[in-house]
Design a protein. Structure first.
Length: 360
């Protein structure tokens, strides 16, 4: 059996993590296994599922805590003490440079750097160092989309592997199914249901969501907003919602049934300051949900079914557009959605096969 070491910040239910887990579930694990190298533990993430699938989990503190030299030393020790690995696959964007160097020092033949974002918040010297190390030591470069690939790899050659999903989990075949799910999830049956999926970090722009919700409430719109996810700003955003008396905004934390919330919703919103190619946007369109996104979201994710609409991050524009969506709940034929998914390679079976070709 061959083993691949996947390197992520954590196993929270985020985009990159979900993509890796979707591939992991599809694999023949008697031939290939995943282990995971993480910086931190999280509650309600994928840790237990990884262990149940036969994977091992290792933790190494971030370079900010240990220093770069110790970080490289610690990563190298994990690789050498727990291998052999046929590949090291890093999803850490610019920080993948340190992983690629550590893997090279450990004699790993296949060193994969995977870009999941179009912008990086690290300091300028860190970005330059990371990109330089990736250019020298990564011998396979992969991205979730063209813009994400160019952001990290520049003019270097890279492969695009779409963030595939288990599409059957998101299909909605009739309105009765939607109503059943709303009752199960304790949603108000007569309210316009809005869903957002994302980590509680600055880039996801939850404060903007609260500002929009306050305006909708002031305009007497009958709605609910469901925030799915966890993160460092969860408590702060929750407190802000309480102070603004926004009982319409529901905090669910990290959940396993994102697909049910999407299928039960009328609208998906993603006002991120920037994104790579978000898995949640693929999932929402697969559920046939109208999607309002910011201009910071790449248009590569658009199924061209009229479901995705990009808006500038101006509160009044979002409020007006959401109110228009309330009065016009247009549905797309399921057959058209299925065709779009297949044509764009978002079915997890296609993505998993492409990823396995890289490993094997």
């Amino acid at each position: 059996m061959k083993r691949v070491l996947q390197v992520l910040g954590s196993l929270q239910r985020g985009g990159a993590e979900t993509m890796v887990m979707n591939v992991y579930r599809q694999m023949n694990r008697s031939d290939l296994q995943f282990d995971f190298l993480l910086k931190e533990k999280v509650n309600d993430g994928y840790e237990q599922e990884v262990k149940a699938l036969g994977g091992h989990i290792f933790y190494v503190e971030s370079p900010k805590k240990t220093g770069v030299k110790n970080y490289i030393k610690n990563v190298k020790a994990v690789i050498e003490q727990n291998g052999p690995y046929c590949a090291v696959h890093s999803h850490m964007n610019v920080m993948s440079g340190l992983i690629m160097f550590s893997a090279w020092l450990s004699g790993i033949n296949l060193r994969i750097s995977h870009s999941h974002s179009t912008r990086f918040t690290n300091s300028f010297p860190t970005i330059i160092l990371g990109k330089t190390l990736i250019k020298i030591f990564a011998n396979k470069k992969v991205a979730c989309g063209q813009k994400a690939g160019k952001a990290l790899f520049g003019q270097s050659k890279f492969s695009v592997i779409p963030n595939g999903i288990d599409t059957a989990k998101y299909y909605v075949y009739d309105e009765n199914t939607r109503s059943i799910l709303r009752r199960k999830l304790n949603m108000k049956l007569d309210a316009f249901q809005i869903c957002h999926v994302g980590r509680f970090v600055d880039v996801k722009n939850h404060k903007f969501i609260l500002e929009v919700a306050r305006e909708l409430k002031n305009d007497n719109v009958n709605f609910q907003v469901h925030l799915l996810g966890d993160g460092e700003l969860f408590d702060e955003i929750h407190q802000m919602a309480n102070e603004m008396n926004l009982e319409e905004v529901c905090f669910h934390g990290s959940v396993e049934n994102v697909n049910e919330y999407l299928k039960a919703s009328d609208l998906f919103i993603l006002p991120s300051k920037y994104e790579g190619l978000p898995v949640t946007l693929v999932e929402a369109q697969s559920a046939g949900v109208k999607c309002l996104v910011s201009n910071g979201v790449p248009t590569e994710a658009d199924f061209n079914l009229g479901l995705m609409e990009a808006l500038p991050l101006e509160k009044d524009i979002w409020v007006t557009r959401i109110k228009q969506c309330v009065s016009n709940k247009k549905r797309i034929a399921q057959s058209d959605i299925e065709s779009a998914i297949r044509n764009r390679g978002y079915d997890i079976r296609d993505s998993a096969n492409k990823m396995l070709e890289v490993y094997l």
